[in-house]
Design a protein around this ligand. Sequence first.
Ligand code: GDP
Length: 496
Amino acid sequence: SGSFPYARSPPDRLLGGLLPDGLDERSCRSRYESSMYRRNPSRKPPPRLVAKLRKHEELQRRCGPNTDAYSRAVQQLRAGESAAEPPECKYVVSISYRGLGNRILAAASAFLYAVLTDRALLVDPSNEMDELFCEPFPGTTWLLPRDFPLASHFNNFTIDTAESYGNMLKNKVFRTDDAPAGTTTTQPPPAFAYLHLDHDYGDEDKMFFCDADQRALSRVQWLVMRTDLYTVPGLFLVTAFQEELGALFPEAERDAVFHHLARYLFHPSNHVWGLVTRYYRAYLARADLRVGIQVRNFDPRQAQSPLVLHQITSCVWTHKLLPEVLAAAAAATEELEHAVPVPGAKSTAVLITSLRSWYYERIKGLYWDRATATGEDVGVHQPSHEGQQQFGKRSHDGRAWAEMYLLSLCDVLVTSGWSTFGYVAQGLGGVRPWVLHKPANLTSVPDPPCFRDASMEPCFHSPHVYDCKLKRGADTGKMVPHVRHCEDISWGLKLV
Ligand code: GDP
């Protein structure tokens, strides 16, 4: 119909039941309009996941801010006391930390953990987390109230914090039921535990991924989590969670866990949605094919590197993701023949996202200077070039979110290995990307330049390497068939 111009099939506004009905459309236009912009429909959410989400929304309403249960739980925390067991409501607080891609992966990981452990998820509103996204749960807020007693300490929570789970284990303040016989486990649990699941975490912190530790943690009313990682593959290795995870994400959906979580949780706020839709309509909507290329240079010396440019073009040309340009001599004669549009030739729009404009200028120049062998026209666009990563600046984060989302609306994706920015785009889009290897040095192009990823799932960059049952080091990429090592980071883990 005329009002749904971009989707290939009639849009399914609630994404097969993934989204709850009854939320206000005007306060969050993206929730109901995104299906009009997506050509690639979402994967069908598993029925058990849909049922669990509706139940979890109820829990969020029952335990969330502005409820009696929340007030009582906060009082308990202020008093430094553990709640009567079992407490009526338990919580996971997710600290907002590092780049936007990291923050999105962290919130998705904390949410799945909350769902598995029947806890309410509350997201730290700092770092614009309150302005970039709509509320995901009807009738309540997922934002942690600003007067939360521990909020002023979040910045001081590090690997050394005494209340971290790892340090409480080390200092024997806290014991698991796995402790040697004869030690008591009946001591009351602490009022809260800080879960340090940051990339620099230690062996004790990593015990989080063991069953006995999860049993111990289940007694703690408040868990405050700091992570910059996509810990979901680690949750799939906790035996106690495996049955439920198997039901929520049956075998065919294990490569789409983040896809479902992200489409459920992360809806651009109206301001960001304006950035997305205006850009999409102006530059991408009319093309037959949209190719997104995300260029993330972790080494600033590669902000303008002919070698990286060569890596990108050889990736897209070898795999025929974009038409090749003709050599200069051939182009001269060919151009005359193609002076009128080639009947039936496809038009392609390339969306480049990058902090700088150098690669965009070069790739755009290539397609202007030379004709393509097929006579296809290639338009090259880049929404912004912010120069460098910035913190705490509202317009900067809004642009980053809009660009991740625009990438997710592309039909084909080329991403930069190691980048959580690209992971979010591929997961939201439901697209298995081509991934540019992170260059090992400044003097050579990785060979091959890119690889086709095994799944659209993000990589868990710093997993534990421990067998909880045997209590010794182990390769966690070899424990279950659907959790494997990543190709961009060989020690990382991903769902496939
Ligand atoms: P990662 O560092 O690549 O894993 O991704 P993050 O999103 O966690 O952090 C990078 C941050 O740098 C982003 O959140 C943005 O603030 C900024 N950034 C990186 N690449 C881009 C880009 O292509 N476009 C925009 N607008 N910002 C970017």
